[in-house]
Write a protein that binds this ligand. Structure first.
Ligand code: SUG
Length: 463
């Protein structure tokens, strides 16, 4: 029998991968803000449904909860972003059509400035919490605490403005210093751009064993500038995170994205590969010197790694990107079996569907199930299942030490669903973002969500 067979050991792990999903915010819209993210560029100015987007996200959490996976949630952020609004010299409410007017209006101000900034300031992009932070579990770090580094997201204005609120939320949840260390974001500059867990994975024999942390980058101050789509993650940032987390040379590895992948729309590594325990599922065009790098990983890991290297013939790069095949959540279920939670777009793409079914039929890997979910509202902005979740490996005492009331239950999901149905709009266009009534309604939604998660102090408007 193969070492990677589908027959599972039944001993319960003492560590759990807790999936923290970002609750989609009430301002979810398509503003075409992300260069190199093909879905975001294509969806610019389309009508969006914040309500459908949030319900699709809550449904994903419910599906995993019912599979016995530990599920948690992170609240949406306040929009327009109060810190950036203030930095830009705009008074509160001044950017809305029917707001109180520009109390600090100057000659330098004009309508196109306002439109440009409002689209940035209103982005609900904090829903993609795979970009909120990078996390090293206590099993890997020298001081045996969980380390989290907030991502600086320095490559785009609408994403970099997430940092202060993400920092506040993570400090609230991971407040207990006996278990957790929350590091501030690395100084915000694109040369040291850091996009968090979307460019990070962890290989281990089982979740309760020490692992080798895999950092993926696209650029470096020491590499030549390239044409084509922008690279977001700098190796300098990845190495800083590894140092701050107390990872050793032996338990960290740094891989460079292939330029072909970046130019095909792979703006984060989670668009082209995914790791869970000892399984590394990747497209053959994911990394530079991929074959050699696989051998380096084999040597570093003191356990067998199951590399599932999908060929261009089986699933061409552009279809891997359009279906978001690799942006799936690869999850170990309580019985030890592995499951792929995939976007519906995989089911709708013949090659992608054949590919996942071939993996499930193959007896030499532990993946034995797949579930397809409709996440189309988020997908249209380039955010699949894996983008919507932040994986945090925790043992029971660490779970007990979490601040707020963020672990999901059926009744908590019911309550969140009720709030979304009551306060989120069914349809908006980017022009609705300027409506003061819309902003007021969104504050009501956020107030109730914060109450539901017992995190009352996180929003500026409630102070
Ligand atoms: O940063 N889209 C996000 C999608 C992030 C996906 N995350 C991961 N791959 N982990 C981004 O490009 C689009 C917003 C807009 O165009 O309105 C956006 O920000």
């Amino acid at each position: 029998m193969s070492v990677f067979s589908k027959v599972q050991t039944v001993t319960q792990s003492t560590f759990f991968e807790v999936n923290f999903d970002g609750i989609v915010g009430p301002t979810h819209n398509y503003s075409g803000l992300s260069a190199g993210n093909i879905a975001s560029m294509r969806s610019a100015n389309a009508e969006s449904s914040p309500q459908a987007a949030a319900l699709q996200g809550l449904n994903k959490m419910r599906v995993l909860l019912r599979k016995g996976v530990k599920q948690a949630a992170l609240p949406p952020q306040q929009r327009p972003c109060p810190y950036l609004l203030n930095d830009l010299g705009y008074a509160k409410g001044s950017l809305t059509q029917n707001g109180p007017g520009l109390s600090r209006e100057t000659a330098s101000d004009n309508a196109s400035d306002k439109k440009y900034y409002m689209r940035q300031l209103m982005s609900a992009s904090s829903m993609w919490v795979a970009n909120a932070a990078t996390i090293s579990p206590s099993l890997d770090t020298t001081d045996k605490r969980v380390h989290l580094t907030v991502a600086n997201l320095a490559n785009a204005l609408h994403r970099s403005m997430e940092v202060p609120q993400t920092t506040r939320v993570l400090n609230t949840i991971f407040e207990d210093k006996a278990h957790f260390v929350v590091h501030s974001a690395i100084t915000s500059h694109s040369v040291i751009g850091d996009e968090g867990a979307a460019n990070h994975g962890r290989l281990c024999l089982r979740h309760d064993q020490p692992g080798v942390e895999v950092f993926v980058y696209g650029k470096s101050a020491f590499l030549e500038k390239r044409k084509g789509f922008p690279c977001r993650q700098a190796v300098e940032a990845s190495k800083a995170v590894a140092r701050n987390h107390g990872l050793s040379y032996e338990n960290s590895i740094f891989l460079q994205q292939s330029e072909e992948a970046v130019d095909a729309g792979v703006f984060h590594n989670d668009v082209i590969s995914v790791i869970n325990e000892n399984v590394f599922l990747m497209h053959e065009k994911s990394f530079i010197n991929q074959v050699e790098e696989i051998n380096v990983i084999r040597r570093k890991c003191n356990f067998d790694v199951c590399f599932l290297n999908i060929s261009e013939d089986e699933l061409p790069l552009h279809e891997a990107v359009s279906s978001y095949f690799f942006n799936s959540q690869l999850i170990t279920l309580p019985d030890g079996a592995m499951m792929l939670l995939m976007p519906k777009e995989v089911e709708e793409n013949v090659k992608a569907l054949n590919c996942v079914d071939r993996l499930i039929a193959d007896t030499n890997n532990p993946i034995n199930d797949r579930v397809f979910l409709n996440l189309k509202q988020s997908m249209k902005n380039g955010g699949g299942p894996a983008c919507l979740r932040l994986r945090v490996l925790l043992n029971q005492s660490q779970i007990d030490a979490l601040g707020g009331d963020v672990m999901m239950t059926e009744s908590k999901l019911d309550e969140l669903e009720r709030i979304v149905k009551a306060y989120y709009r069914e349809k908006i266009t980017p022009d609705d973002l300027f409506d003061a009534e819309f902003i007021k309604d969104s504050y009501c939604a956020l107030r109730e969500i914060a109450k539901c998660l017992s995190m009352r102090e996180i929003y500026d408007f409630s102070k």
